[in-house]
Design a protein around this ligand. Structure first.
Ligand code: IMP
Length: 434
């Protein structure tokens, strides 16, 4: 038995969905433990593209169990639509393939309205306070969780309790919305849709912490699927330009309800370059032509919001920070194919400020911190790598690039992705076996 966590080592969108989908073959249960529909995990299987927002990326493997843990914030009507769409395509047909924690928090329309109103207001005021959120109500829902006034999935099963909790919350939410110049929300606007969603979700709702303990006791392999990325972690990311949950591997324990010693391996996913969506510091960003080329070649547009992603060179200093914060045991390098065609490739190998040098990320990455990235240049390659399935068949410069990333991060690259499809992958080590 072995348990593996897959976490984003950058600012999200690293390709975790594809890696989780691949590793699910060796797992029995796949668990999401934080975030909600801010995530957009894109999977290309059999020529069909599936974008998942709540459900773990293992769902495309019939017979495996997908779990939405207590650390998540779920939007019930959207989750029902996601389940229906998957069922319509032949997935989730069996019993016991999906479970939802009764303790996961619920995103209500006022959370989404507050997220949107705050972002719009910040943008109108000149953009200073704007986070660039996915406008899915994630932050306001986690605020309510921590403030002990949130609604949990289990609360929706009792219509009276649901009404009572919403009635308690609404006056304050509407006062806030009025302050932000947004229209008020009435319970009647969403009551029926939420109760219908609660009925549809009812059969999946359970105590998922107990379920995972049972599965672990039976010797089943658990795969924990992180959403967003290390540098968006609410404690350790580029605060305040972060999401509102614990995205680092430690979040898997509390967000799934398992003990912290459960993880045997932690795989950090990183693109062969870097992207970021939303506001916040990104020192290796290339706003010019190079960034445009990476965006075009990598199709760097958000799976959830369609926003253009900011693009730049790989930040190895950032990967060292990710190694430290997650206790990474290996790296998966994705989108290597996108780097094809560059004569020279740069990687950031540290930060300098006057006489000071850091080989991981400075606490203050923004312009006020005064740190500048230091680059190392490597040779590029021009041959397509999409057909390559063995390391030895990669162009020499691509092999050197990977070897250099391993040297600099002191982590083995266990998997390399050379295209979006499931098969377009070089697997060097299987974290469940090797
Ligand atoms: P929120 O999670 O919607 O509150 O957004 C907060 C920050 O996290 C913004 O910069 C978003 O762009 C970013 N973010 C949230 N989810 C994702 C994701 O799945 N991929 C990449 N960035 C994300």
């Amino acid at each position: 038995m072995s348990n593996v966590a897959v976490v984003g080592a950058q600012w999200g969108d690293e390709g975790k969905g594809k890696v989780v989908d691949l590793l699910t073959e060796f797992a029995d249960v796949v668990v999401r433990y934080q975030g909600g529909a801010n995530a957009g995990h894109t999977l290309v299987v059999g020529g069909q593209t599936t974008i998942l927002h709540h459900i773990p990326s293992g769902v495309l493997h019939p017979g495996k169990t997908s779990v939405l843990g207590n650390g998540m914030v779920v939007n019930p009507p959207e989750l029902v639509r996601e389940i229906d769409a998957l069922r319509g395509r032949g997935f989730l047909q069996g019993q016991g393939e999906l479970f939802l924690s009764a303790s996961a928090h619920v995103i209500l329309p006022y959370h989404t309205a507050l997220d949107v109103a705050r972002e719009d207001r910040a943008a109108a005021a000149g953009g200073g306070g704007k986070i660039g959120t996915t406008r899915r109500g994630i932050g306001p829902a986690y605020e309510d969780k921590v403030a002990r006034r949130g609604l949990r999935v289990g609360d929706l099963s009792d219509a009276e309790r649901f009404q009572e909790l919403v009635a308690r919350a609404l006056p304050e939410k509407n006062a806030l919305l009025a302050h932000l110049g947004a229209p008020a929300i009435a319970f009647a606007d969403f009551r029926d849709a939420y109760l219908a969603a609660a009925r549809a979700l009812g059969p999946f709702v359970t105590d998922t912490s107990r379920l995972l303990a049972r599965e672990a006791a039976r010797g089943r392999n658990l795969l924990f699927e992180g959403a967003q990325g290390t540098l968006l972690d609410v404690d350790h990311g580029t605060y305040p330009f972060v999401t509102s949950s614990t995205t680092v591997a430690a979040g898997a324990a509390s967000g799934a309800g398992v003990g912290p010693r459960v993880l045997d391996k932690v795989i950090g996913i990183s693109k062969a370059y870097t992207t970021r969506v939303g506001e916040g510091p990104f020192p290796t960003e290339e706003p010019g032509e190079l960034g445009e080329t990476l965006r075009r070649e990598g199709k760097e547009y958000g799976a959830t919001t369609g926003r253009a992603r900011r693009c730049g060179w790989l930040d190895v200093a950032g990967l060292r920070t990710a190694r430290r914060l997650n206790g990474l045991t290996g790296l998966a390098l994705t989108k290597l194919d996108v780097l094809t065609g560059h004569k020279r490739i740069k990687v950031c190998n540290g930060y300098r400020r006057g006489g000071e040098r850091l080989d991981d990320l400075p606490d203050d990455l923004g312009p006020r911190g005064g740190w500048t990235p230091e680059y190392e240049e490597l040779e590029g390659w021009s041959e397509s790598v999409r057909e390559v399935r063995e390391m030895d068949d990669l162009p020499r410069a691509a092999r050197r690039y990977i070897a250099r990333v391993e040297d600099l991060t002191e982590l083995p690259v266990v998997l390399v992705s050379v295209g979006p499809a499931r098969g377009e992958t070089i697997v060097r080590k299987n974290p469940f076996r090797d």
